[in-house]
Ligand binder design. Structure first.
Ligand SMILES: Nc1nc2c(ncn2[C@@H]2O[C@H](COP(=O)(O)OP(=O)(O)OP(=O)(O)O)[C@@H](O)[C@H]2O)c(=O)[nH]1
Ligand SMILES: [Mg+2]
Length: 197
């Protein structure tokens, strides 16, 4: 897939604020600081279109982007960050859950996992939810540049076995080196093709 145009559409807290366009939508989910916003920036080749930060808890709303005028990307707040206040956490999880359960046009989800971390309860719950709701999804291991090639392979192997997934269905990615960018774009194109059939 070639990304020609990108437009920030809006930020939302609740479903009544979501854009009303009826376009296939791909959402990016994962723990705080895992690299969701950086992955989107890498895909769209804009360094700062989506705000990123070394401090977890950067994305605090559901952010909608229009791609090539016919596809929507959604950057979600991260879950699981212990250091944000209880009050903020109490607002985020329902925001993510509401989005997942209410958004009719959600075509597929991209679940990001830091290559150095074992998937936790949040990731397993997310995969279970996706399976139950028959939503297509991709698993991406972020920050792969932090490990040697040999360690990347080892981590890929153990994360796949923890999640019961085939190795071919999990993508090694780095926003720093752009490793995996083309594979992610191809997979997104496959998802859209599947939607259009
Ligand atoms: N080395 C390296 N750093 C990365 C990579 N992806 C993201 N980062 C860094 O990790 C930090 C968090 O990245 P974000 O993209 O803001 O993460 P996020 O998942 O959107 O975080 P929240 O919005 O807080 O949920 C930033 O300092 C990024 O520069 C990567 O592939 N490699
Ligand atoms: Mg973010």
């Amino acid at each position: 897939m070639i990304i020609k145009t990108v437009e920030f559409v809006k930020s939302a807290v609740k479903p009544s604020q979501y854009p009303e366009y009826d376009l296939p939508e791909i959402a990016f989910a994962g723990r705080s600081n895992v690299g969701k916003s950086s992955l989107i920036n890498t895909l769209i080749q804009r360094r700062n279109m989506v705000k990123t930060s070394s401090k977890p808890g950067c994305t605090q709303l559901v952010n909608f982007f229009l791609i090539n005028e016919d596809l929507s990307f959604v950057d979600l707040p991260g879950y699981g960050y212990a250091k944000v206040s209880k009050k903020i956490r109490a607002q985020w999880q329902p925001m993510i859950n509401l989005y997942l359960s209410q958004r009719q046009s959600l075509l597929g989800l991209i679940l990001l996992i830091d290559i150095r971390r074992d998937p936790g309860k949040e990731e397993k719950d997310m995969v279970d939810w996706l399976e139950v709701h028959k939503k297509p999804y991709l698993i991406i291991l972020t920050k792969s540049d932090k490990l040697s090639k040999t360690k990347q392979k080892k981590r890929l192997f153990s994360i796949c076995s923890l999640l019961n997934r085939e190795k071919s269905s999990v993508i090694l990615f780095s926003a720093k080196t752009k490793m995996g960018r083309d594979t992610v774009l191809d997979e997104i194109e496959n998802l859209i093709g599947w939607y259009n059939e």
